[in-house]
Design a protein around this ligand. Structure first.
Ligand SMILES: [Zn+2]
Length: 576
């Protein structure tokens, strides 16, 4: 007996250290299939979390935890990183519901990259970071210096020209200040004002400022479709744009500066441009072989753009003879005086044979730019309810009109114009290009979406569904990419592009930003006509170890951190 006792004691002593080191967690996610964000195949493992950190991944038998989640049959993956997010305004606002961002957390987003299209909602960077910090936000935030922001500060209203050397120096100072304050790089939007009037040299000079900080450059590129001179006078070498300059310029910046560069929310937009993904891919592959560190990100839809649109160009609603040289989006079209009698002006323009022919030409161009009349879906039409949900080409054909004639009919017969008139959502992209970009190993995922508190039919479904759709539609239904590839594009690849050091992968010591989902159940039901439907199958989302989605429901928690690049640098130096 005594002998047996002694043996037992010895055995306990042998076993005890392991059991003791094992294992008390705050949260234990048991028995899931782990995809670690690297693109490697899934493996079965438990994940133990303490505080905001993943401390253990493996067979954690016998471990205990304050909370245990049974993930058998589910995938456990890193949290999704949105490479192009317009949530910044809501995250900086007083509205707490905006900061909770239910439509973003419900699709698994745990980190949002800001500075989209070169704009900051608050300036300077320390003020922007403070605006997110109190009272908090649902996802982590990557602050960026916006090129449009600094150009606007330095050049004011006098921006429709290249900047002088002195102005570029002033902008460079602001970029440097933003990086010193913790930003991760430079965001730009040279298709828009005021960035459109910049030269490539200006962008290179400013991108150079982020290089000493290991920053990256990402751009809503100069052109994603061919643009005629009447629409947007180009100042790139005085030549009109043909649709590939944007990618070429981003590559040139990467080559000149030697930093990571991204053609963000990449697309081939409009019938004249369908197939251009192949040109982009060839250019990118050549550049990458040369050593240029170029990437893309993409939201997985064939429909682009923001809210519903009219199709007739604005100048059709302005008095005959109004100067059109500023282009389609010139401030003049927002002047209430100029646009005070839109129907009368449209009639007058149509009565002039020259203006009428130009109006038809421009309208047809816009239709092509947006995918053609057979890809313009009516999303609201108070005076023509029977047309809602149908395509322009079909409606026009039934009425015996050309698409242009149908648009004029809609405009002249509607009680109101503008947002209360007939509005369309164009489907300007082609499946070939969406899938071709998606297949590339350097293409990350984005929403280009925002926090959506009031959704109307016709709004883009990406704000609710982008990350889930990549899995449900492109992995499950169409088999365009594999699941590990899709997860990597939404996690590890994005972390690599941004330069995040402890996010984007499921690894011990990394932050507990995670998603648990059921592959069989995952779906992304949001559509153009019903854009505010949450994905299904995404069961748990953790940001810094806290649930933003629990058992399929948003929690309203605000555990997001404002990521400060300087902390990464400090850790890299071992200063932590
Ligand atoms: Zn954009």
């Amino acid at each position: 007996m005594k002998r047996i006792q002694a043996t037992l004691t010895a055995l306990v002593a042998l076993v005890a250290p392991t059991a003791a080191a094992a294992q008390q967690f705050d949260l234990l996610i048991q028995g899931g299939m782990v995809l670690d964000g690297s693109g490697s195949p899934a493996f079965s493992a438990d994940v133990g979390i303490v505080g905001d950190q993943i401390v253990s991944i493996g067979k954690l038998d016998g471990a205990t935890a304050t909370r245990v989640i049974d993930a058998a049959g589910k995938f456990v993956v890193p949290g999704f990183i949105d490479m192009h997010s317009h949530a910044d305004r809501s995250f900086a606002s007083d509205n707490i519901e905006g900061r909770r961002a239910h439509n973003l957390v419900m699709q698994g987003i745990t980190t949002s990259v800001f500075g989209p299209d070169g704009r900051n909602p608050v300036w300077p960077i320390p003020a922007e970071m403070d605006a997110y910090r109190a009272p908090g936000v649902a996802t982590n935030v990557v602050p960026m210096v916006g090129h449009a922001t600094v150009r606007g500060i330095v050049m004011g209203d006098d921006y429709e020209r290249p900047a002088t050397a002195d102005e570029i120096a002033q902008m460079a100072e602001l970029v440097r200040g933003g990086m010193e304050a913790g930003a991760w790089g430079l965001g730009a939007g040279p298709e828009y004002r005021p960035g459109r009037f910049s030269t490539t040299e200006e962008l290179i000079a400013l991108a150079k400022e982020v290089a000493p900080y290991d920053g990256f450059y990402y751009s809503h590129q100069r052109s994603q479709s061919p643009l005629p001179l009447w629409q947007i006078p180009s100042i790139v070498d005085g030549q009109p744009l043909t649709g590939t300059e944007g990618m070429r310029e981003t590559i040139e910046i990467g080559r000149a500066v030697g930093i990571r560069v991204v053609g963000t929310h990449i697309k081939a937009k409009g019938t004249d441009t369908w197939g251009h993904s192949q040109t982009d891919v060839l250019m990118i592959e050549a550049a990458r072989r040369e050593g240029v560190d170029v990437y893309l990100d993409q939201y997985p839809y064939e429909t682009f753009g923001g809210g519903p649109v009219d199709v007739l160009p604005d100048w059709g609603y302005a008095p005959p003879g109004t100067d059109r040289s500023g282009g389609l989006d010139a401030p003049i079209w927002r002047d209430p005086e100029v646009m005070s009698d839109p129907k009368g002006n449209l009639r007058a323009n149509l009565a002039d044979p020259v203006a009428a022919a130009e109006l038809e030409r421009d309208t047809e161009y816009i239709l092509r730019l947006q995918g053609g009349a057979d890809r313009h879906i009516v999303v609201s039409a108070p005076d023509f309810p029977e047309t809602v949900g149908r395509y322009l080409a079909e409606i026009a054909a039934e009425a015996g009109r050309s698409p242009f004639e149908q648009l004029v009919h809609f405009a002249l017969e509607s009680t109101e114009l503008g947002p209360a008139g007939v509005r369309f959502r164009p489907v300007a992209g082609h499946q070939f290009d969406v899938e071709n970009y998606m297949r590339q190993e350097y293409t990350a995922t984005s929403t280009d979406g925002s926090v959506s508190l009031q959704t109307r039919p016709g709004q883009h479904p990406r704000s609710y569904g982008a990350f889930a759709r990549k899995i449900s539609h492109y992995v499950k239904e169409r088999g365009v990419i594999t699941l590990p590839f899709a997860i990597r594009s939404s996690t590890g690849l994005a972390a690599q592009i941004v330069g995040l050091k402890e996010r984007g992968y499921l690894r011990e010591g990394y932050k507990a930003d995670m998603v648990v989902f059921d592959y069989d159940d995952i779906s992304s039901p949001a559509t153009i006509m019903e854009p505010d439907l949450y994905p299904t199958g995404i069961e748990y989302v953790l940001v810094n170890g806290q649930f933003t989605v629990d058992n399929g429901e948003p929690t309203g928690a605000l555990p997001g951190e404002v990521l400060d690049r300087r902390e990464k640098d400090a850790r890299a130096r071992g200063v932590s």
